[in-house]
Ligand binder design. Structure first.
Ligand SMILES: [Fe+2]
Ligand SMILES: [Fe+2]
Length: 314
């Protein structure tokens, strides 16, 4: 299929592995899905230490279920990316461990305290929900299909994060202050979650022409602010002064995007943000720690079938 035909036909769940897709499409879709898969894994790594810090058994159970879900989302998405025939799942996991794989800005920042957990589980997952709901209509069918399960589980994640936020904001004065402080730190990063402004975004044009993306970064960011500013205020959080945000007459919000630190954002986008190295190194250590499992499974397959799944795919 040539690119012009792809653009004409582009629509929700229009293309699948049975279609002969041009390389430009397959590369763009791989880039997008791999980024998404990496982000799921790196989000789980950021949250994993807090399973032990959760303040009750119920919270521990919910937190570990959520973290396992995120790893599952990552695996599902690597399979969806693999179906484009550009990279294998193993290659993508290696790229992530080697520090070449790109992932969401928020998961580059270290997280130190339990009061920060709703910043991810409520606000970042809420932001993710915004984007992922639109991806149910992406043109690559395996990606859209993965989003059915992912969105269903994200609904639980957001409720879980909201419950933690509610508990902290109705807790002691100290807890409320610490949560507000965490919010002040995370708020600008969360607004940047949706990526560079439309003016700066280099990938949006093509991705939307071929139906991979439905909404632009700025549209998603505004939709998120319109929903989540009222929610933050409902729980007693004060919206920080920076970046400046204005309320329009119709109740919607506008953010001064020039108030955000885009230099830091683009440094992160290149995996060159120093405090984020710890996250990538943790992933590398995790990958190496289970190398023996992968090797023994490969050996087992080799003995049974004479080749591994990986070799068969090649
Ligand atoms: Fe997820
Ligand atoms: Fe999630």
């Amino acid at each position: 299929m040539d690119l012009e035909t792809v653009k004409q036909r582009a629509g929700p769940r229009e293309f699948s592995p049975k279609d002969d897709m041009p390389e430009e499409y397959r590369k763009a879709a791989t880039r997008m899905i791999q980024f998404h898969a990496n982000s799921e894994i790196m989000g789980a790594y950021l949250e994993r230490p807090f399973i032990r810090q959760a303040p009750s058994l119920e919270r521990k159970l919910a937190f570990s279920a959520k973290t396992q879900d995120e790893i599952g989302h990552g695996q599902l998405l690597y399979r969806a990316a693999e179906s484009l025939g550009i990279k294998t799942r193993d290659e993508m996991l290696d790229e992530l461990a080697n520090g070449e794989g790109k992932f969401l800005n928020c998961f580059h920042y270290p997280m130190e305290s339990w009061v920060e957990t709703p910043m991810i589980a409520f606000f970042v997952d809420g932001a993710a929900m915004r984007r992922q709901a639109t991806l149910k209509s992406t043109s690559w069918e395996p990606y859209a299909h993965a989003m059915d399960k992912v969105c269903f589980e994200e609904g639980f994640h957001v409720k879980h994060g909201e419950a933690i936020l509610h508990e902290l904001m109705t807790g002691s004065k100290k807890e409320q202050e610490m949560t507000q402080e965490a919010f002040n730190t995370w708020w600008p990063r969360i607004i940047q979650f949706f990526g560079p402004t439309d003016k700066q975004s280099t990938h949006h044009g093509f991705a939307s022409e071929v139906g991979l993306k439905q909404k632009s970064n700025d549209e998603l960011r505004r939709a998120f602010l319109n929903t989540y500013i009222p929610k933050a205020e409902k729980y007693g959080l004060e919206i920080p002064d920076t970046p400046r945000i204005e309320k329009n007459d119709d109740g919607t919000y506008n953010v001064h995007e020039e108030d955000l630190d885009w230099d830091e954002f683009f440094q992160i986008a290149k995996n060159e943000y120093e405090p984020g190295r710890g996250q990538i190194d943790a992933r590398k250590a995790g990958q190496e720690a289970v190398a023996w499992v992968r090797e023994s499974m490969d050996n087992h397959e080799q003995r049974l079938y004479g080749s591994t799944t990986q070799q068969a795919a090649d």
